[in-house]
Design a protein around this ligand. Structure first.
Ligand code: HSE
Length: 404
């Protein structure tokens, strides 16, 4: 018997209990022995809940129970999740987490602790919710040199952008509706400003490189400046707007960025709608591969946590290999990267001839009912060169980077 404890009986934590119960026989068979939840740690009580007798309020009860060998950390946030995870690993108890904030901030240290104590720190649920992406990178793609990851890694923003595109509604209206339906948090900043996707691409970049990319070093923009007009121009260009998290190995180093991009209709990420996530991976032998599914939500995320619990049951006393060292890698300066830019301009303030003079051979697009403005696509240029040309120019209403 493998005894487990769940830290945090919220959406994901209660999902873990549900998945373990619902698929019990099959999970036990795959794990090689029965898995039983002995404790649930939460500040609250849950009268009437089928697991109410398992609820404890003191982490030390779990820590000091020698029979508990696996901890599901579904609390979120840095503290007390960090302290509890450290203590558990030091005691030789494996930790399975959905906490991308903690993994991005302390992943290598916790992995090292797991190695030193012959247990595991597993984090499949921290990126892409229920989509298997950590395990493919650690197991299935071990014969590959991965050199590029491009993901739609945030369900909330993908939902908002999908609605804006389909309904022609503006950002604020769609966000409000998403909050009312419970799809977006009351404080949506982490999602809409790109911070959530930033932490996820920091984790994936670190796994790609086997070294640490700090999320603080990743240039990040959210979707709050995206307009309905942007989608109309995008349609004319046979493109759409997506919040992408990109990590690419170049001759100069690793380029990592989170920002909205205009992607072409032929890009495989073009068809990822609503709250779905997808991760597009490029590696040197396989070429392209893509991982798609529900990037958030109770049961998909809980399923990924439980898959880690099964892995722990299969590898008791043994640390599953994970190549992620504490050595830091600084991403290259994003301003040196050459690309094309889509620009929206006010025709009364920036005439087309002036735009051509400043940016070179631009491709202009006009919307029939918007004579006071136009859009254009620049020739390829470094981000720094684009910024210098844009600075001081009046009449620029917005810009979005292009990605093919
Ligand atoms: N807020 C996240 C999202 C949840 O919208 O994708 C999963 O990390």
């Amino acid at each position: 018997m493998v005894y487990a404890a769940i830290l945090g009986y919220g959406t994901v934590g209660s999902g873990v209990a549900h998945v373990l119960e619902e698929n019990r026989d099959m999970i036990n068979k795959k794990a090689g022995e029965a898995i039983s939840v002995r404790y649930i740690l939460d500040l609250r009580d849950f009268p009437g809940d089928p697991n109410e007798d398992k609820v404890v309020h003191d982490f030390d009860i779990i820590l000091h129970d020698p029979e508990v060998s696996v901890i599901c950390e579904t609390m979120g946030g840095l503290e007390p999740a960090y302290t509890f995870s450290r203590k558990a690993l030091l005691a030789g108890k494996s930790v399975c987490t959905s906490n991308k904030e903690l993994v991005a901030a302390h992943g290598p240290e916790l992995l090292q602790l797991a190695r030193e104590n012959n247990c595991n720190y597993l984090f499949e649920a921290s990126v892409g919710g229920g989509i298997p992406i950590i395990r493919p990178m650690n197991y299935s793609l071990t014969a590959e040199k991965i050199d590029g990851i491009t993901g739609i890694l945030n369900g909330t923003t993908n939902y908002i952008l999908t609605k804006m595109k389909r309904e022609g509604a503006d950002f604020a209206t769609v966000l409000k509706e998403a909050q009312e339906k419970g799809y977006a948090e009351k404080n949506p900043e982490a999602d809409v400003e790109g911070h959530d996707a930033c932490r996820k691409i920091a984790i994936l970049s670190s796994l790609m490189l086997g070294k640490t990319v700090h999320y603080e070093d990743i240039y990040t923009e959210g979707i709050t400046q995206i307009t309905v007009e942007d989608f109309r121009y995008a349609k004319e260009l046979e493109r759409t707007v997506k919040l992408l998290a990109i990590s690419k190995l170049t001759d100069e180093g690793c380029f990592v960025m989170v920002a909205p991009f205009l992607i072409s209709n032929t890009n495989p990420l073009h068809g990822i709608h609503d709250v779905y996530n997808a991760v597009f991976v490029h590696s040197n032998m396989l070429g392209d591969s893509m991982y798609y599914g529900k990037g958030a939500g109770k049961l998909p995320t809980a399923s990924a946590v439980v898959s880690d619990v099964v892995d722990c049951a299969r590898h008791q006393g043994k640390t599953v290999m994970c190549f992620w060292d504490a050595e830091e890698v600084k991403p290259i300066d994003y301003r040196t990267v050459v690309r094309r830019f889509f620009v929206r301009a006010d025709s009364r303030e920036l005439e087309e001839t002036k735009a051509r003079e400043v940016f070179g051979e631009i491709a202009v697009i006009r919307l029939a009912d918007k004579p006071q403005e136009y859009g254009f696509v620049t020739p390829p240029m470094a981000e720094q060169a684009f910024a210098e040309r844009r600075d001081g120019l009046k009449g620029i209403l917005g810009r979005i980077r292009l990605e093919d």
